[in-house]
Design a binder for this molecule. Structure first.
Ligand SMILES: NC(=O)c1ccc[n+]([C@@H]2O[C@H](COP(=O)([O-])OP(=O)(O)OC[C@H]3O[C@@H](n4cnc5c(N)ncnc54)[C@H](OP(=O)(O)O)[C@@H]3O)[C@@H](O)[C@H]2O)c1
Length: 269
């Protein structure tokens, strides 16, 4: 197996994309710490699936908005695994905790967004590094359009937070380059079996209609899956990816290649 004997921590791996990442790494022989905030049952279910794939790990609780919780999580990791090869920062608070436009967002909502991404990543990477040897891998899961655009008004807090995290990736990439530790961000397109499935049915239908099929906005004509993102993380964790660092990589079936200034009818040939 590609990563036999390695150890990983994937935040927010109780469900959704984080679970897809944890399961892919487990398939490759990685022992995985399954992190959750409140859904212990889901985290245990992910761990059971990790074990079905012939690997192992443990579950760990932490609110990533609280730096003390993050430090406690890494202390546990040290006592369980002793070392860390792969750290994936994937957790994101529930949408109502930060979802409001720039004229209305409360300072608490703003802090929740920024604390859960930028500050959490700063604290976690600094805690992860003493446990990592040469060739370690750090991956942040972002949503790059939220930081680049301004039209999804209620995403302002998370868009700013993800942008700050992407920027941190570049700075950490340089800081850790001498140790051959790579730091990259992956920006998924819209993913099934994730937060999408918890949105009102009408919203889910609108997102699916927009992307899926021959007339959908996403060139590949389908939503992504947590396994698609797990595959991309596994690629970045391979030895062959050792020269890729500081990048934000779209993993989106071609979604980010579309030109929002042109009608769909005159794109895609
Ligand atoms: N879904 C998409 O289409 C999409 C697209 C682009 C980017 N992304 C990014 O991908 C990542 C995962 O998204 P998802 O849709 O898979 O998420 P999700 O299904 O909503 O799962 C969120 C995860 O984060 C954990 N969590 C929530 N609040 C937390 C907190 N304060 N502290 C620590 N953990 C917390 C949850 O734990 P519990 O289970 O214990 O609640 C859960 O494991 C996010 O960073 C998101 O921005 C998603």
């Amino acid at each position: 197996m590609a990563h036999n004997g390695k150890h990983a921590l994937v935040t927010g791996s109780s469900r959704g994309i984080g679970r897809g990442i944890a399961l892919k790494l487990a398939e490759q022989g990685v022992k995985v710490a399954i992190h959750y905030r409140s859904n212990e049952t889901a985290a245990k279910d992910t761990l059971a699936k990790v074990r079905q794939r012939g690997s192992d790990g443990f579950t760990v609780q932490a609110d990533v908005c609280r730096p003390d919780d993050i430090i406690r999580m890494f202390n546990r990791l040290k006592s369980e695994f002793g070392a860390l090869d792969i750290f994936v920062s994937n957790a994101r608070p529930e949408v109502p905790e930060f979802y409001r436009g720039p004229m209305d967002i409360t300072l608490d909502q703003w802090d929740t967004a920024l604390d859960s991404q930028a500050k959490a990543f700063l604290v976690a990477v600094r805690a992860a590094c003493p446990l990592m040897g040469e060739g370690g891998r750090i991956v942040a899961i972002t949503y790059a359009p939220g930081g680049r655009t301004g039209s999804w008004q209620a995403w302002v807090g998370m868009g700013a937070a993800k942008s700050a995290m992407e920027s941190l990736c570049r700075y950490f990439a340089v800081a850790l380059a001498k140790r051959a530790i790579t730091v990259n961000a992956i920006s998924p397109g819209w993913i099934d079996d994730s937060v999408l499935n918890s949105l009102p049915d009408v919203v889910q239908d609108m997102v699916r209609d927009w992307h899926v099929g021959d007339k959908g906005w996403t060139p590949m004509g389908r939503l992504g899956t947590p396994a698609d993102i797990g595959n991309a993380v596994a690629l970045l964790c391979s030895a062959d990816a050792g020269w890729i660092t500081g990048q934000t990589i779209a993993v989106d079936g071609g979604l980010s290649l579309m030109d929002a200034g042109l009608p769909l009818e005159i794109q895609r040939g």
